[in-house]
Design a binder for this molecule. Structure first.
Ligand code: DNO
Length: 349
C-alpha cells in the first residue's frame, strides 16, 4: 500500500510541504491542468510537476486524471487522433516515473452533487446529492436555468444539449463498444511502459439525465475487466462512488478485485445513504453507511499493494479550500486509514 494525496498543482492552496508531513505519505496524485482535454501534455509541464513533487520529498507516481475526450466516448471518426494523443500522454508520463493513471468514462459530466456546502450538526460542511433536485434538471432544455455545481462551464447551453442528446441516442451497449475500442489501443501501450490504468467508477453509480453510465456495479466491473483481460487494465476502487448504491457490497468488491490484482488505486471515503440520495460523511465507519474496517481488512487479506488516497473530506476548522479537497479532513482521513491498515496487518499475522 502506498499512501498518496491529491494535489492540484501550483494553484492548489495546499502546499506540498504540508502534505509531506501527513504520517506515512508516499506519493502525490496530480495532473497537467492547463491543456485542453484530448491534447498532448508538454514534457516541460510533466517534468515540472515531477521536480516540485520530488523536491518536497514525495514520489511522482500517480496521475488523476488523463481525461478521455468525448469523441472517444462517442466513437466519432476523430477518435483515433485523440486515442493516439492519449497513448502519447501515457508514454510521456510513464517516462517521468508514473505507475498509475486514473481516468473515467462518464459521458459529459464527471462527479455530480446538488450542493457542495451542506452544514452538518457540528458546523463542518460536506458535499451532498439529493435525487429530487437532480430530477428537476434537464440539460437539454435551454429555457431551464437550473445548473448543478461542478458542471463544465466550457460548454454553451446549446452545445451541452446536443452532446447530451447524442449520448442518449448512443446508449449503453455502444458506450461499451467505444470503451473496448479505447482499451484495445491504450492497454498495449501501458504494457510496453508498465503503467497501470485505473478506471474511476461513475459518480453517482447510476444513470443521470438519461445518459448511459456503465462503470456502476460488480457485474459491470466483471465485464469491464474482461474487455481487455490484462493486469494493466484495472480499477480505482472509489468507495464513495460505488458505495452510494446499497446494492454494491464494498467489502466483497474490495476482496474480489484485490485478489485478482486489479485494484491499482483506492479512493478512501465513507458515505451516508439517506432516503433521497447521499451525504459525504466523515471517514469513520460510524458516521456513514460503509464498514471501513472490514473494507481495509479485505484489502490487506487479499494482498492489495496499490495506491490509496483519502478522498473528499468535509470542510472543517474554517478552512477555505476546493470543496472536498481541503487539507485538514483529508489528513484526518489518511490518519484513520493508517490506523485501520496497521490493525488489519497485525490481525492477519
Ligand atoms: C472527484 C474525483 C473525480 C475523479 C475522476 C477521475 O472528486 O474523484 O473527479 O478524479 O472521475 O477521472
Amino acid at each position: 500500500m502506498k499512501l498518496s494525496f491529491r494535489w492540484y498543482g501550483e494553484d492548489d492552496s495546499i502546499s506540498l510541504e504540508n502534505i509531506r508531513q501527513i504520517p506515512n505519505m508516499h506519493s502525490i496524485v496530480t495532473a497537467v491542468y492547463d491543456v485542453p482535454v484530448g491534447e498532448v501534455w508538454s514534457n516541460e509541464s510533466i517534468l515540472r510537476l515531477k521536480k516540485l513533487t520530488e523536491d518536497a520529498g514525495l514520489n511522482f507516481e500517480v496521475i488523476e486524471s488523463i481525461p478521455v475526450h468525448e469523441d472517444i466516448k462517442l466513437g466519432r471518426p476523430s477518435r483515433d487522433k485523440y486515442i493516439e494523443n492519449y497513448c502519447e500522454n501515457i508514454r510521456r508520463v510513464a517516462k517521468a516515473g508514473i505507475k498509475c493513471i486514473c481516468y473515467n468514462f462518464m459521458p459529459v459530466f464527471d462527479w455530480t452533487r446538488t450542493q457542495l456546502d451542506k452544514v452538518n450538526e457540528d458546523g463542518s460542511t460536506c458535499l451532498v446529492y439529493y435525487q429530487d433536485q437532480v430530477d428537476k434538471v434537464d440539460p437539454t432544455k435551454s429555457e431551464s436555468d437550473l445548473t448543478l455545481p461542478g458542471w463544465d462551464a466550457s460548454y454553451t447551453r446549446e452545445e451541452l444539449a446536443s452532446l447530451v442528446n447524442e449520448y442518449r441516442e448512443l446508449g449503453e451497449e455502444k458506450l461499451w463498444d467505444n470503451l473496448k475500442y479505447f482499451l484495445e489501443k491504450v492497454i498495449p501501450v501501458c504494457k510496453e511502459c508498465d503503467v497501470n490504468m485505473a478506471i474511476h467508477p461513475d459518480d453517482p453509480c447510476w444513470p443521470i439525465f438519461g445518459l448511459p453510465r456503465i462503470i456502476t456495479n460488480e457485474e459491470n466491473m466483471d465485464r469491464f475487466l474482461k474487455l481487455v483481460d490484462d493486469s494493466h487494465n484495472g480499477l480505482t476502487l472509489c468507495l464513495g462512488s460505488f458505495g452510494c448504491s446499497a446494492n454494491n457490497d464494498m467489502v466483497k468488491m474490495a476482496a474480489k478485485y484485490s485478489k485478482m490484482g486489479r485494484v491499482h488505486f483506492l479512493h478512501f471515503r465513507n458515505i451516508l445513504l439517506v432516503d433521497n440520495g447521499f451525504e459525504e460523511s466523515g471517514h469513520l465507519s460510524k458516521f456513514g453507511s460503509l464498514d471501513m474496517y472490514e473494507i481495509v481488512k479485505a484489502l490487506v487479506e487479499n494482498g492489495f499493494d496499490g495506491y490509496v488516497r483519502p478522498d473528499h473530506g468535509r470542510q472543517i476548522w474554517g478552512e477555505k479550500a476546493k470543496p472536498g479537497y481541503g487539507l485538514y479532513d483529508r489528513a484526518l482521513g489518511a490518519a484513520y486509514f493508517n490506523g485501520l491498515w496497521e490493525a488489519a496487518v497485525k490481525e492477519k499475522k
